[in-house]
Design a binder for this molecule. Structure first.
Ligand SMILES: CCCCCCC[C@@H](O)CC(=O)SCCNC(=O)CCNC(=O)[C@H](O)C(C)(C)COP(=O)(O)OP(=O)(O)OC[C@H]1O[C@@H](n2cnc3c(N)ncnc32)[C@H](O)[C@@H]1OP(=O)(O)O
Length: 282
């Protein structure tokens, strides 16, 4: 069986030590479209978007993402990123070192696909917790073993005009830039690999969209202050092709910011990109 949930669920994926520098933070912010100097210039005013915590452990990787998950015999061409969240204990330092410990927390059987959830905890050398991530991959063509379908509470959007409604033009080279942040999955760069995976062209990294949207909501609804972001979660609802335009909407609602991202303009106007967008401010 390509996925053996009895082996996979609860499997410990071990601990990895890593470090990051101001230059890594600058590159990451540029790759998610930042232009403001508080994200793009080293020095005392540099701040770090919490989404950097998601990529920091693998930032120096130059190989495609390894899929060495216990009990999961799957191919990278089957995989798309399903969802992502991060919660940070405090504003992230602009450089530092940490250890991340990861486990497979759940595996869902969607019949035509499997959803594999991982949880990671990053701790400082002192042992203090820095941030926690939760993510899923959606593995097309797996599933069907009669397992739990899983469920998650959808984030409802208010029935009123958004508090921010803005667009971001995804650069033609956005994925080629973003892959330098440690995700060299050929799905985002190699047209032949993308076609073999069922896409007409390379698609944008989900985590690039994740960063673009967090940055936009922070700039438009939190005064550009990344230290006010305590947590951010999304579900990847549809693909983005480099060169397309994103429409990003956000609402202040019940003490948090909820939102959505869709494609704006062109043949795919209105196509969903992110759902279940929820930013928890501090
Ligand atoms: C360790 C290895 C690390 C590797 C990490 C990844 C590396 C990265 O480089 C990869 C990427 O960045 S890929 C790019 C980012 N991701 C995407 O673009 C995916 C966008 N989403 C889609 O295309 C579809 O929603 C799609 C395809 C996800 C689902 O669409 P459909 O097949 O049409 O599914 P649908 O019929 O709508 O729903 C079927 C059931 O699945 C649930 N579901 C839908 N979207 C989901 C999602 N994103 N995550 C989890 N579950 C999801 C539905 O709820 C439904 O379940 P149920 O019937 O039980 O409600």
């Amino acid at each position: 069986m390509p996925i053996d949930p009895d082996v996979a669920i609860g499997a410990e994926l071990g601990s990895v030590d890593f470090a990051w520098t101001e230059s890594d933070v600058l590159l990451y912010h540029l790759a998610i479209g930042a232009t403001d100097l508080s994200y793009t210039l080293e020095g005392p005013a540099l701040q770090v978007l919490p989404s950097f915590g998601v990529v920091a452990p693998t930032f120096r990787m130059t190989d495609p993402p390894p899929l060495d998950l216990p009990g999961c015999d799957i191919d990278l061409a089957q995989v798309v990123h399903g969802s992502q969240s991060v919660s940070v204990e405090a504003p992230l330092p602009t450089s530092g070192s940490a250890t991340v410990t990861t486990r497979i927390s759940e595996v869902w059987d969607k019949g035509k696909a499997a959803v594999i959830w991982q949880e990671g905890v990053a701790t400082a050398p002192s042992g203090e917790r820095l941030w926690t991530t939760r993510s899923s991959i959606f593995v097309r063509g797996e599933g069907g073993w009669g397992g739990d379908r899983g469920s998650s509470a959808p984030v409802e959007l208010p029935d009123r005009a958004p508090d921010t409604d803005t667009t971001y033009d995804v650069l033609a080279q956005q994925a080629l830039l973003y892959r330098l942040c440690g995700d060299r999955n050929p799905l985002h760069a190699d047209p032949d690999f993308a076609k073999a995976a069922g896409f007409p062209a390379p698609i944008l990294h989900g985590l690039c969209t994740y960063g673009i949207v967090l940055r936009t909501l922070t700039e438009t609804l939190l005064g550009g202050d990344a230290s006010r972001v305590a947590g951010f979660g999304v579900k990847f609802a549809g693909v983005v092709y480099p060169g397309e335009t994103l429409r990003i909407r956000g609402w202040r609602e019940d003490g948090r910011i909820v939102g959505s991202a869709t494609i704006a303009g062109g043949d795919r106007d209105g196509a969903p990109v992110l759902s279940d967008v929820a930013l928890t401010p501090r």
